[in-house]
Design a protein. Structure first.
Length: 309
């Protein structure tokens, strides 16, 4: 219980910091939000009176701490205001687009986890052999090549040759195959190496020697004893990587024309639609903190060494 209270308390403190960072975008962004709001309504040269009226509408004439508390109260209720450009509620737009980003991010995370374990484990068991060298070279390429290059290359060399893979829009599972491969590439490369190092470390433990002396098959020892001890650190990395994947989805969504929140955030940046960017920062940050908290509590439940400090 003490561990849970500590972790939940840290989670709450980080949420407050996250909300301050999201609100601070409005203060740090160059230009006058009132001007951008009026410009997106078609007023290229608003008068000073119109700017003053819009500042009052947006609450920009109040003290900063009052603005923050008002914005925070609305954000807690899921209200991030309206888009400067369309006038539509941002929460409604995010709700409609979030399932696309969530599906893409989860698919990429599961892909990285599955193939990371499948490729990293034999590389560790057969270290020094040709399989280890091949897997190491493959993971190096995945880490070195940015995801957006893999996205463009997959469209050019795969989708053009195999019409079965759609390159734009959202309709079926096929629409997510190439985006998932592009988005999971970097995380997969790191996961392969992390699994390899973790499994190699466990293979040096005395319990493996003891299991071998009892006549256990090597495959049985690896599956039942080595992997359960090697994977907690990998899962912690994947939990932290989930937010990175969700954040990186904005590039992949733009390349493949997927209607997710990442593409929506890009449109907000290009149009200087600050409330959209604020909502995106808070939502992706919340995903990161929630995933980190969930994995930390799960590991604490499984491993007494974690919850005992």
């Amino acid at each position: 219980m003490r561990h849970i209270v500590r972790r939940v308390g840290a989670f709450a403190a980080l949420l407050i910091g996250l909300s301050m960072a999201g609100f601070g975008l409005q203060l740090l962004a160059p230009g006058d939000p009132a001007y951008f709001a009026l410009a997106n309504e078609g007023l290229s040269e608003p008068t000073e009176a119109e700017l003053d009226f819009m500042r009052q509408e947006l609450g920009l004439d109040r003290a900063v701490h009052v603005q923050y508390l008002s914005w925070l109260a609305s954000a807690i209720q899921g209200d991030f205001g309206r888009s400067y450009r369309t006038g539509r509620p941002i929460a409604a737009e995010m709700s409609a687009r979030f399932p696309v980003t969530l599906q893409l991010s989860l698919a990429s995370l599961l892909t990285a986890a599955f193939f990371g374990i499948v490729l990293g484990t034999p590389a560790a068991v057969l270290r020094g052999g040709w399989i280890d060298s091949l897997v190491d070279a493959f993971s190096s390429v995945l880490i070195a090549v940015p995801g957006f290059i893999i996205a463009v290359a997959s469209i050019t060399f795969i989708a053009e040759s195999v019409p079965w893979f759609p390159v734009a829009g959202r309709g079926s599972v096929r629409h997510f195959i190439l985006p998932t491969l592009a988005l999971s590439s970097g995380t997969l490369g790191v996961t392969i190496r992390l699994v390899r190092v973790s499994v190699m470390g466990e293979l040096e433990r005395l319990y493996v020697t003891f299991a071998d002396s009892k006549g256990n098959l090597p495959v049985r020892t690896v599956l039942l004893h080595v992997l359960p001890n090697a994977l907690p650190g990998v899962f912690t990395f994947l939990a932290n990587a989930f937010a990175t994947i969700a954040g990186g989805a904005l590039i992949v969504e733009t390349v493949f024309a997927l209607p997710g929140i990442g593409r929506y955030a890009i449109e907000g940046v290009l149009n200087r639609d600050i409330p959209i960017v604020q909502a995106y920062v808070v939502l992706t940050g919340l995903l990161y903190l929630s995933a980190q908290l969930a994995v930390d509590l799960l590991l604490a439940a499984l491993d007494p060494r974690v919850r005992n400090g």
